[in-house]
Ligand binder design. Structure first.
Ligand code: C2O
Ligand code: CU
Ligand code: CU
Length: 511
């Protein structure tokens, strides 16, 4: 990426990391495709204090933190402001160049991460680039990802959970002008739902009281920043994009009329072809795209999106109680695995029912021959040490890279992530930065089969993934190509309280 892109910016994105010594990585330039010269979208994004009414019963506004956004240049539909605490939805096409001028008006360090996007290390929001109050950071990248549903959120060291919880998150949609020709519902028939859980005090303010082991679980479900809203739809076909933007909660999504869910996309956009599932499991950070026909219900009808009951195993249930923080729910009246309603679709007026396309573009999987570590898979063991979740026995250090955390640019590897942790084991949503991968295999140990059985038919392993749910007692093999950018990137648990407590590590892509 040309250095010239940053000249004239009001701030220096290369300013020294505020914490500790410089990272042990060469300040090499990214080797990705050169940006198209014209900037398609330029926005100002400000982390700021604000207010929003959160209680569905109305009442006074609560204090929130949010991403305030404004369009500096580009098409007006490229930045859609939200009507809630959420940040604006950014909409760009693949190959377009995006500039973001981030300003931190909070009184603690923050930085923005573009979850799922393949960008250079300087653009990836690593905590070493966090800026304090009044600090600025400029992003300049060309969107290389497949069209799909991505998102952005803060990524400062130890404070990601509270910042996301306070309201800082937004969607980043990579849109495809060919969708209509492909037979997909578009425009008003292309819906996005961001599902989160929150807890409000009697004063209407947000309460953040995470359990150190289980994480944060709220007792009210919010969709697009609104508590369990009614969503008006027409009697027709919809594309429904769903992001689990919750800190720790896992959803087992189903419709109240028990129709099968038609999955058409996952973290990295459309699948090769649609897949039917009895329900869909969505862990923090994961996205799905569904095909939903509301035309089957007559106008005036309604259908609920629900989350059904499941088991999280020993650690996820027992620890809240064991640690004296209320049994099963880590202080929440709605434990992980409880059943509840998410939102209601109300059919209002006619629409158009389309036929679900039988096929989308084939996914270009990496072949076995390309894998450089075929004889010895890279292993990541998830376990607990001294009451902390650890990755290969380690917790996060700002720039630390262990010998088994180095990979080579331009290679493809198979990684094996294993959920140990014995009786205390619980599900962990595992996320890698720097690219997307394919899930090759899941094997669950016999002792955990009955727990896994409550979730496994709805796990989303299809398509290109950047986040997957690792069940207790499970071993998952994934394949990833370190394709575009050298540098220091993160892999971590996307249970944000686990991440903040150090369940995160760097890996270094060496040029
Ligand atoms: Cu969505 Cu490293 O995170
Ligand atoms: Cu990410
Ligand atoms: Cu975890």
């Amino acid at each position: 990426m040309a250095a010239a892109a940053w000249i004239g910016a009001t701030c220096n994105r290369r300013s020294a990391p505020p914490l500790g010594a410089a990272p042990p990585v060469d300040p090499v330039g990214p080797v990705g495709p050169a940006p198209s010269s014209a900037v398609a979208l330029e926005v100002a994004l400000r982390a700021e204090f604000s207010e929003a009414v959160l209680d569905s019963a109305g009442g006074r506004a609560a204090q929130i933190w949010r991403f305030g956004g404004s369009l500096l240049s580009g098409k007006s539909e490229a930045l859609l402001s939200s009507k809630s605490y959420l940040g604006p939805t950014l909409r760009v096409r693949r190959g377009e160049r995006v500039r973001v001028h981030f300003e931190n008006a909070l009184d603690e360090p923050s930085i923005v991460h573009w979850h799922g996007l393949q960008v250079s290390q300087e653009d990836d929001g690593h905590p070493r680039f966090a800026v304090g109050r009044g600090g600025r950071y400029n992003y300049d990248f060309t969107v290389a990802n497949r069209p799909g549903t991505y998102w952005y959120h803060p990524h400062p060291d130890g404070r990601t959970g509270p910042q996301v919880y306070a309201g800082m998150a937004g969607l980043f949609l990579v849109v495809d002008p060919d969708d209509q020709a492909r037979g997909l519902p578009t425009d008003e028939f292309d819906l996005s739902l961001v599902i989160q859980d929150r807890r409000l005090g009697s004063d209407g303010e947000l309460v953040y009281d995470p359990n150190p082991m289980v994480g944060f679980l709220g007792d009210r479900i919010f969709v697009n920043g609104q508590q369990r809203p009614d969503i008006n739809v027409r009697a027709g076909s919809y594309r429904v994009r769903i992001l689990n933007g919750s800190n720790s909660r896992i959803y087992k999504l189903a419709f109240s009329d028990n129709r099968p869910l038609i999955l058409i996309g996952s973290d990295g956009g459309l699948l090769g072809s649609p897949v039917r599932k009895p329900y869909l499991v969505l862990a923090p950070g994961e996205r799905v795209e569904l095909w939903a026909d509301f035309g089957r219900s007559t106008a005036g009808a309604e259908v609920w999106l629900e989350s059904r009951a499941f088991s999280v195993g020993g650690g996820g249930m027992a620890m809240g109680g064991m640690m004296g923080m209320g049994s099963m729910g880590a202080g929440s009246r709605l434990p992980n695995g409880a059943a509840f309603r998410v939102c209601r679709f109300q059919v209002r007026g006619g629409g158009r029912t389309l036929r679900v396309p039988a096929q989308f573009e084939p996914l270009d999987w990496r072949p076995d021959e390309e894998v450089v570590n075929r004889s010895e898979r890279r292993r990541i063991d998830v376990s607990m040490a001294m009451m902390r979740w650890v990755l290969n026995g380690r917790t996060f250090e700002m720039t630390d890279v262990a010998p088994n955390e180095r990979v080579k640019l331009g290679t493809t590897e198979d990684w094996e992530v294993q959920n140990l942790g014995g009786m205390m084991a619980m599900p962990h949503p595992i996320h890698l930065h720097a690219g997307q991968f394919q899930i090759l295999e899941r094997v669950v140990s016999p002792t955990w089969r009955s727990v896994a059985a409550t979730l496994q038919d709805g796990l989303v392993d299809e398509g290109w993934k950047d986040t997957f749910l690792l069940l207790p007692g499970e071993r998952v093999r994934l394949r990833m190509r370190f394709e575009r950018h050298p540098g220091l990137f993160l892999y971590h648990c996307h249970n944000l309280e686990h991440e903040d407590a150090g369940m995160m590590r760097n890996f270094l892509i060496e040029a």
